[in-house]
Design a protein around this ligand. Structure first.
Ligand code: ADP
Length: 258
């Protein structure tokens, strides 16, 4: 491909992204500095929260190296169809949340082994070529960390803000702190923090064990709200593992303004 062609292709992709994002009222990304803290779980619970309010919701699984959104909704064997305005997202069974994920395109169990620039390029194509239609909310499950892939998302999607997922451990808080600084340095608003695995309620005696204060300290330091505190709970893990997160009853975001 000639240099001029490449420039034209890039402009065309930027144009497509702009056009598609203009049809979405609110675009929120869910970030964490680190994998395994529950970023995808929080993304799914947030999507279900909005869908239960009758909103039109889409989820972009931008966590290319560990895509798990389709599994949470039990749609990992589905394939997006090609429509007139790009790939049609796969609909979730209960609330028809529109989901797009690289997992739909890759054979089961096969890892994507790409370097940063390749991930960024495919991510851009992906964002540009999905037919979201009109949405009230697009929730983006961000790639973990503060590398090339999250930077691409922050640059390419005009986000209204990001939600940080933290666990109440010093190590996790230090990494989330970097993610907060990264988002802010790219002029992206940090809406607040969701603390996952905050506490554990003993199913037998009802006693609650709390795990630490690092998220509260982090929120205070950066003047951020803690939007929700989600317990470490066996049944939540079960609903996620069984692909029926839409059936999980508790809404940790009730009454929260986004
Ligand atoms: P990430 O997207 O940050 O890598 P996931 O959302 O995929 O993390 O969560 C990792 C694992 O932890 C999953 O198996 C998920 O079901 C489980 N998990 C997440 N949050 C909770 C919770 N609050 N209670 C119990 N299990 C949880």
């Amino acid at each position: 491909m000639q240099k001029g062609d490449k420039k034209e292709e890039k402009l065309e992709i930027e144009e497509q992204i702009k056009r598609k994002m203009a049809r979405i009222k609110r675009r929120i990304a869910v970030m964490s500095g680190k994998g395994g803290v529950g970023k995808s779980t929080v993304t799914a619970l947030l999507a279900v929260h909005f869908a239960r309010q009758g909103k039109l919701v889409g989820v972009l699984d931008a966590d290319f190296l560990g895509p798990s959104i389709p599994k949470l909704f039990g749609i990992e064997r589905k394939k997006p169809l090609s429509g007139i305005d790009g790939l049609e997202p796969v609909l979730t069974p209960k609330y028809a949340i529109r989901v797009m994920s690289l997992q739909f395109m890759t054979p089961e169990g096969i890892a994507v082994i790409w370097r940063g620039p390749m991930i960024s390029k495919v991510l851009e194509d992906f964002i540009a070529h999905t037919s979201w239609g009109n949405l009230d909310y697009l929730i983006v499950d961000m790639p973990p960390g503060t590398g090339d892939a999250p930077i691409t998302v922050l640059q390419d999607i005009p986000l209204d803000g990001v939600i940080m997922v933290a666990t109440p451990h010093d190590l996790a808080a230090n990494i989330v702190e970097r993610a907060i600084n990264m988002a802010r340095s790219m002029n992206t608003d940090v809406i607040g923090i969701v603390e996952n695995m905050s506490y554990y309620r003993c199913p037998e005696c009802g006693r609650i064990a709390r795990f630490g204060k690092s998220t509260a300290l982090l929120a205070k330091k950066y003047g951020l709200k803690i939007l929700a505190s989600i317990p470490l709970e066996e049944s939540l893990a079960h609903y996620c593992d069984a692909g029926i997160v839409e059936e999980y009853k508790t809404d940790y975001f009730e009454g929260v303004e986004f």
